[in-house]
Design a protein around this ligand. Structure first.
Ligand SMILES: Cc1cc2nc3c(=O)[nH]c(=O)nc-3n(C[C@H](O)[C@H](O)[C@H](O)COP(=O)(O)OP(=O)(O)OC[C@H]3O[C@@H](n4cnc5c(N)ncnc54)[C@H](O)[C@@H]3O)c2cc1C
Ligand code: FES
Length: 330
């Protein structure tokens, strides 16, 4: 894709809705946000613009002297670094662009985000990273999201509908209470033996784009019991057993690395194209700090970097976060 320009924006919270025990959907309003695509992410400063935090915190320092770090920056728990979040959706409104983020409260920054209220101001940088490529015209997108890997799939579903592409979503959670989606059971028409292989229009976020979904929970508290990768395999073997159907299929995945590795194996062993959105821990999100490197295969071992080797490191934040499955050396 052509990289859209990125920038720093002050946004206003439009809504912040709890989705389950630990997840929330935050909607931010921003004027004139650049073009963005599914797979891209933003970096959020998890501190208010008027707080004494990373956005405006100044450390006294003179050239040749050591900085004096005795204040809150060392003694208090602070979110000095921005936190990365995948775009989960985007709408154009008269007031500006609305961006959806689905977060899970796991620490200081996400706790701060979960407590934001309409009208609060949030500083973001974006859109960052590369994006998913849509399947061919007659193909089908098989979207496999686990936990906080589900949000970019919702944005992808939006794009698939816009370009008239077919899709099926496979969403995994450890338990129903940690599933960050809205379920409409009235639209279910399944016997329990069918739940792993028959996609249903019962997940509001995907059904809104005409995309059916299969839900799995590790403990069986909703949908098919087991891992989402098991449901993907069962679906592929039942619905796309071989040949023509698989040729236009593309598997998209985001979530825990173990899950994505298994998805990659499933795809590669069946010769299905697979795009993986990695969520490596990131500091800057813009290619400066080198904290997010990931090992990949090189097309030509003779070319730099690391001439003579058939692998090199790439940055998840700028070369990714989306990589072709066959390129990744996990
Ligand atoms: C490109 C990208 C997209 C992401 N999209 C989403 C999203 O849509 N929704 C969402 O909820 N989260 C997403 N994440 C993860 C999110 O950035 C982290 O959960 C967040 O930074 C935690 O911040 P915190 O201050 O709340 O927690 P911290 O106090 O910083 O950390 C809490 C715990 O989470 C762990 N942690 C932090 N970052 C990660 C990570 N990247 N992977 C695994 N463990 C981590 C820490 O090691 C620690 O154990 C994404 C990450 C990346 C790199
Ligand atoms: S997060 Fe800094 S280089 Fe990728």
């Amino acid at each position: 894709m052509d990289r859209s320009p990125r920038g720093q924006y002050l946004t206003t919270v439009r809504a912040n809705v709890p989705l389950c025990r630990e997840h929330f959907r935050l909607t931010l309003l921003v004027e004139d946000f650049p073009v963005s695509e599914p797979g891209q992410f933003i970096q959020i400063a998890c501190v208010g613009p008027d707080d004494n935090g990373p956005v405006d915190h100044v450390i006294e320092w003179s050239p040749g002297e050591r900085p004096i770090l005795e204040g809150a920056e060392l003694s208090a728990a602070m979110t000095m670094l921005r936190r990365p979040f995948s775009l989960a959706g985007r709408r154009e409104t008269i007031a500006g662009t609305e961006l959806d983020i689905i977060g899970r409260d796991v620490g200081l920054g996400t706790r701060w985000m979960s407590q934001l209220a309409p009208g609060d101001v949030v500083n973001i940088i974006g859109p960052l990273g590369n994006a998913f490529e849509l399947p061919p015209k007659d193909g089908i997108a098989l979207m496999v999201g686990g936990g906080v890997g589900i949000p970019p799939m919702i944005y992808l579903a939006e794009k698939l509908a816009q370009f008239g592409r077919k899709g099926v979503a496979f969403c995994g959670a450890t338990t129903l209470d940690l599933l960050s989606l809205t379920i409409n059971d009235a639209s279910m028409s399944l016997r329990s033996s069918d739940v792993a292989t028959t996609p249903q229009l019962n997940v509001v976020e995907f059904a809104a784009h005409g995309i059916p979904a299969i839900i799995t929970t590790d403990d069986g508290s909703y949908g098919a019991k087991g891992y989402v990768t098991g449901a993907l395999e069962q679906y592929l073997d039942a619905s796309l057993p071989d040949g023509t159907g698989r040729a236009g299929a593309v598997i998209y995945t985001c979530g825990p690395e173990l899950m994505m590795k298994r998805v990659a194996q499933i795809a590669l062993s069946r010769s299905i194209a697979c795009q993986i959105c990695v969520e490596r821990a990131m500091a800057c999100g813009m290619g400066t700090c080198q904290s997010c490197c990931i090992k990949v295969k090189k097309d030509d071992p003779q070319l730099p970097p690391l001439a003579g080797k058939d692998w090199c490191y790439r940055l998840a934040c700028t070369d990714g976060p989306v990589f072709a499955a066959e390129k990744l050396l996990w």
